[in-house]
Ligand binder design. Structure first.
Ligand code: AMP
Ligand code: MG
Length: 304
């Protein structure tokens, strides 16, 4: 069993902007400080994910959750009944700095959960701020439910790792959105019936075309048209260079992790100047570049 020193080591790793493997009752997570874009970018890099999906912000308790998300009565009722535990609530964001743009994939909502595993709770209480922790597997591989599997998958990228034994549930958390009408986004071990017993009928993610799974994440899109793989800006265009300085540079040094961390902020800041368009320099297709290019293609309207 991990000692108090091990828990401190995990908290120190998170505080230093590094990654930590944490046990939860669902699956093992690869955790980072949710407020630190570079640390969140390192998660995507470690997982080798081809796109940026919004991550779940893990908190110690309802009090911490209410600092980052806006709870209504239904959300509070669900948290009272199922937290700590394997239920994630998608709610309007309250503190966009506490869970950074990259962690939310640019959305104005946030997914939040208080996990029940005692080690995860110990780390979250000691850290005192939200932690994103998607499953600790490499992209396309099964979620690790044992310490050995988690370490084999992404241990090379983690500064600390806590062995909490085999995960009790072994299934990802149930995800419920409470944005308009309550909606089941991802089934999990907390069942639809259990949730409906507390707040009444749930709509399916699919039942509303505008919010069907692919579109559900209504990702931030700039108002200005986005032109990707640009050699240089045209008249009136804001310019997002890579590997060169500039007010909206994704990374002066050509660092992909930094570019991922800056991506949403630079798109927003460039858009705020109300340019005729936003021109973005070519981003290498390797490593995190794949997810960056995926996001840019969406911003440019090439992918729905
Ligand atoms: P995980 O990889 O376990 O962290 O799972 C994240 C899950 O929560 C995915 O299914 C996401 O699509 C979903 N999710 C996270 N944040 C949001 C959000 N703001 N809106 C909708 N779904 C979200
Ligand atoms: Mg996963």
């Amino acid at each position: 069993m991990p000692t108090a020193a091990d828990i401190t080591a995990a908290v120190d790793a998170l505080s230093a902007g590094k990654l930590a493997i944490l046990p939860t009752e669902t699956v093992y997570g690869l955790a980072a400080d949710a407020s630190a874009p570079l640390a969140v970018a390192a998660i995507f890099e470690a997982k080798g994910r081809p796109r940026f999906n919004p991550l779940i912000a893990h908190v110690a308790d309802l009090e911490q959750a209410e600092e980052i998300a806006i709870f209504d009565d239904r959300a509070r009722q669900l948290a009272d009944v199922f937290w700590p535990g394997p239920l994630t609530l998608v709610l309007p964001i309250r503190d966009a700095g506490a869970v950074c743009d990259l962690a939310r994939a640019g959305l104005d909502t946030v997914a939040v959960r208080a996990p029940g595993h005692p080690l995860a709770r110990a780390v979250l209480f000691a850290f005192g701020r939200p932690v994103v922790a998607p499953s600790a597997n490499r992209s396309g591989r099964p979620s690790p439910t044992t310490f050995a599997d988690a370490v084999e998958e992404t241990g090379d990228f983690a500064r600390a790792a806590l062995d909490g034994g085999p995960c009790e549930i072994g299934l990802e958390s149930t995800v419920v959105a409470l944005i308009d009408q309550p909606r089941l986004l991802r089934p999990g071990s907390v069942t639809r019936d259990q949730i409906e017993a507390v707040i009444g009928p749930l709509a399916d993610a699919q039942s509303d075309a505008k919010r069907s799974p692919g579109r559900l994440a209504l990702h931030y899109a700039p108002d200005a048209p986005v032109r990707i793989n640009a050699e240089a800006p045209s008249e009136g265009e804001a310019w997002l260079p890579f590997g060169e300085p500039g007010p909206f540079s994704l990374s002066e040094t050509g660092d992909l992790r930094e570019a991922a961390a800056n991506l949403f902020r630079m798109l927003r800041e460039a858009d705020r100047t109300q340019p005729a368009g936003i021109a973005v320099a070519p981003i290498p297709a390797e490593g995190l570049g794949e997810a960056i290019n995926d996001r840019l293609k969406r911003a440019a309207g090439f992918v729905g």
